[in-house]
Design a protein. Structure first.
Length: 226
C-alpha cells in the first residue's frame, strides 16, 4: 500500500499539474486611417475606427471610409502554454451601430502608427480572422471578437505578428461607429486582448531531492520491519 502511494506521488510530481492563467494585453500600437485624405490620413487619435464621412471638408475624397489598425505584443505568453481562448475587446463609445458588421484581417506586412497612412497601409490576408455583428442599439460598452486562431498562429510562429486590420463590412460613409483607441484617457475604455491559457507546472529540482530522500527512508523502514 505504501509503495503504491509512493509511486502515485512520484507520478504526480513528474507530470506536474496544469495551471490556468489569464493575460490581459493592451495595444503596442493602433491607428485610424481613412481614404478621405489619402497620404494625410494618419490619425493616431482617441478613436481606433470611426467610419465617418468627411464630405464638405477641404481635400476630402468621397465616398469615405476608415479602417483601424491594431497590434499586440504576445511575448508574455509563456513558452509551452496551451492557448484556450483569445478575445479582442473594443470599447464602443458612440452612436447606434444596430445591424453593423465588422471583420478583422491578419496584416501581412509591418506598419508604424506614427507614419502609416491609408495609402501606405499594410497588406492584409483576404480571410477574416474575427467578426462582430452589433445586434442592439447600445453603446458605451465593450464589444468582443474571438481571435483564438490567429493568436495561436502568431504564438506558433506560423505567421509573423503584424497585428490586425478592422473593417466595417458595409463601408458606407456617415455610419459613425466609434471604438476607442489606446490613446483614450480612460484606462477602462482602451482595447484589450484577453488570452486564457494553461501551462504545466514543473516541480523544482529540490522537490525531486526531497522525494528521493523520503523514498529511501520509506524503503529502509520497510526492509527493517520485514
Amino acid at each position: 500500500m505504501r509503495r503504491t502511494i509512493l509511486w502515485l506521488v512520484v507520478a504526480h510530481l513528474m507530470i506536474g499539474s496544469a495551471l490556468a492563467a489569464t493575460l490581459t494585453l493592451t495595444p503596442g500600437q493602433d491607428l485610424n486611417i481613412s481614404n478621405g485624405f489619402g497620404e494625410n490620413s494618419n490619425w493616431n487619435s482617441l478613436q481606433l475606427l470611426v467610419n465617418w464621412g468627411c464630405g464638405g471638408q477641404p481635400g476630402c475624397i468621397t465616398p469615405t471610409t476608415s479602417q483601424g489598425l491594431i497590434q499586440f505584443d504576445i511575448s508574455g505568453i509563456p513558452v509551452g502554454a496551451t492557448i484556450n481562448s483569445a478575445t479582442l475587446r473594443l470599447f464602443h463609445s458612440f452612436n447606434n451601430g444596430l445591424g453593423d458588421s465588422f471583420e478583422l484581417y491578419r496584416n501581412t506586412s509591418s506598419w508604424d502608427e506614427t507614419t502609416t497612412t491609408y495609402n501606405t497601409r499594410p497588406g492584409a490576408d483576404a480571410t477574416a480572422v474575427g467578426s462582430l455583428l452589433i445586434s442592439d442599439t447600445n453603446n458605451f460598452q465593450y464589444r468582443e471578437m474571438d481571435v483564438t486562431g490567429v493568436v495561436q498562429d502568431w504564438y506558433d510562429l506560423v505567421f509573423p505578428n503584424y497585428g490586425l486590420t478592422l473593417r466595417q463590412i458595409n463601408e458606407v460613409a456617415e455610419q459613425f461607429i466609434y471604438f476607442e483607441s489606446k490613446d483614450h484617457g480612460q484606462p477602462n475604455q482602451i482595447p484589450e486582448l484577453v488570452v486564457e491559457y494553461t501551462v504545466n507546472a514543473v516541480p523544482e529540482p529540490g522537490t525531486f531531492t526531497l522525494l528521493a530522500c523520503g523514498a529511501c527512508a520509506l524503503l529502509l523502514r520497510r526492509r527493517y520491519q520485514n
